[in-house]
Design a protein around this ligand. Structure first.
Ligand code: PLP
Length: 441
């Protein structure tokens, strides 16, 4: 039976509960039910819910907030936020282009990479390479980049060809065969660039720590250095998609800093606006800026809402709160508490096969047999049972979809709470997961 809401919901058969209030790590729906939002609502709400000081500040600035079209004017809030982001970005970064979210940021990045090579007199370099078990967005170009098979299938006639390399999935590595990691998955990038023809490849896209498709995949310490070397060898730009894992989520302002590697472009979203404004960004390196400056001097691209004043205003207030409360790095410490709790659960529950992640971005993968790492049959719906049991008990975690890439990825949940989450709230989350695993594990 279809609902009669005026909203065209993603699932027409299930109108989600209406949330009327949020505070800290909690959401409250219209019936008064409270939920511990251990997913930070798709990893967005870094500073926590219900920060009324943001709305108070916006109201106080009401006489100054007006829309400015970025091709004609700039405004102080955009300049200020860009300066703040650059001040904490890898030192090779030199400019920020704002968007309304992550898909737009990644789409902009691919276009920028293509134009970069046109500016350099190499117009045949336009292709992007990406990884399996990756998510870069829903627009046709960013879905083309994404190795999220279940979301691609229906649109496959419309997608752009993107060569795809092995993900750094140590728990189910099909290249090193369960032995010691040899970085063969990174070398798969070199093989692929050579097969495509290095003269045609413009950019490699990767989430430094994988989110949605396989929650928490964290490559080993040498991985991104190897990726950087390969990109340099073949004159390919390295785009770090930090839409989910960036802006404090891993305990660093930029997740890639954890590997001490400088990408050419970093994309941001989610926590940068923390849900108080739709905001994303593409952070561009000096190397690219110089080529544009010496060339046409103009990025052939334009989003009406790039640098929207109200969104940048909110972005500045989010940045202030994050700086004041140490939230750009708090994830490192509180993340250790969360990790220890998850590992203790794994000792008790054989259905937990793998725990991976960093800071406040964790994936917990479930298996039917821990010894052989055999996943549950997708028909069992194990993750769905765990997630819905926790939800009934007022705890929200994100479900990874079993068999999401034809069996490449297992059943898993993603835990990505607000950066403000307390130890006692983490205890509530862990107890909830414990309880669900006792019931179904
Ligand atoms: N990139 C990553 C890593 C993401 O996790 C997401 C969203 O989940 C996106 C890009 C797309 O961002 P948006 O939904 O804001 O367009």
């Amino acid at each position: 039976m279809h609902n009669h809401s005026p909203v065209f919901y993603r699932d027409l058969n299930a109108v989600p509960p209406s949330i009327v209030r949020g505070e800290g790590s909690y959401l409250e729906d219209a019936s008064g039910r409270r939920y511990l939002d251990a997913s930070a609502s798709a990893g967005v709400v870094g500073i926590g819910h219900g920060r009324s000081e943001i709305w108070d500040a916006l109201a106080a600035a009401g006489d100054k907030v007006t829309f400015v079209y970025n091709a004609t004017f700039t405004h102080p809030w955009q300049e200020e936020l860009a300066g703040r982001i650059l001040a904490m970005a890898p030192s090779n970064m030199a400019g920020v282009y704002f968007t309304s979210g992550g898909s737009e940021a990644n789409e902009s990045a691919w276009k920028l990479a293509r134009q970069y090579f046109v500016e350099r007199g190499k117009p045949q370099k336009y292709k992007a390479v990406a990884r399996w078990l990756s998510y870069h967005g829903v627009t046709l170009a960013t879905l083309s980049l994404s190795g999220r098979t279940s979301w691609r299938e229906i649109y496959s006639p419309l997608l752009l060809p993107v060569a795809r390399v092995a993900p750094p999935y140590e728990y189910r590595c099909r290249i090193c065969g369960g032995g010691r990691c040899t970085l063969a998955c990174a070398d798969d990038l070199e093989r692929t660039i050579l097969m495509e023809g290095p003269e045609t490849v413009a950019a490699f896209f990767a989430e430094p720590i994988v989110g949605t498709t396989a929650a928490g995949l964290t490559p080993n310490p040498g991985y991104y250095r190897r990726i950087r070397e390969i990109c340099d060898r073949y004159d390919v730009l390295f785009v770090a998609d930090e839409v989910l894992c960036g802006y404090g989520r891993t305990g660093h302002p930029f997740a890639i800093s954890g590997w001490d590697v400088a990408p050419d472009i970093v994309t941001l979203g989610k926590a940068i606006g923390s849900g108080y404004a739709p905001l994303g960004a593409m952070v561009v390196s000096e190397k690219i800026r110089e080529v544009f400056a010496a060339g046409s001097g103009r990025f052939v691209h334009g989003l009406t809402y790039s640098g929207t004043p109200s969104a940048c205003f909110v972005g500045n207030r989010v940045h202030e709160i994050m700086s004041r409360e140490g939230l750009f790095t708090r994830g490192a410490e509180i993340g250790r508490y969360l990790e220890a709790g998850l590992r203790a659960l794994a000792d008790r529950h054989p259905a937990i096969g793998d725990i991976r992640g960093r800071g406040l971005l964790w994936g917990v993968e479930f298996v039917e047999d821990r010894e052989t790492r055999r996943p549950f049959d997708p028909k069992v719906g194990f993750t769905a049972k765990i997630v819905s049991h926790m939800r009934v008990n007022g705890i929200l975690v994100a479900a990874g979809i079993p068999g999401i890439n034809h069996g490449q990825g297992g059943d898993h949940i993603q835990i990505s709470p607000p950066f403000t989450i307390s130890e006692s709230e983490i205890d509530v989350l862990l107890d909830g997961l414990d309880e669900a695993l006792k019931r179904y594990g």
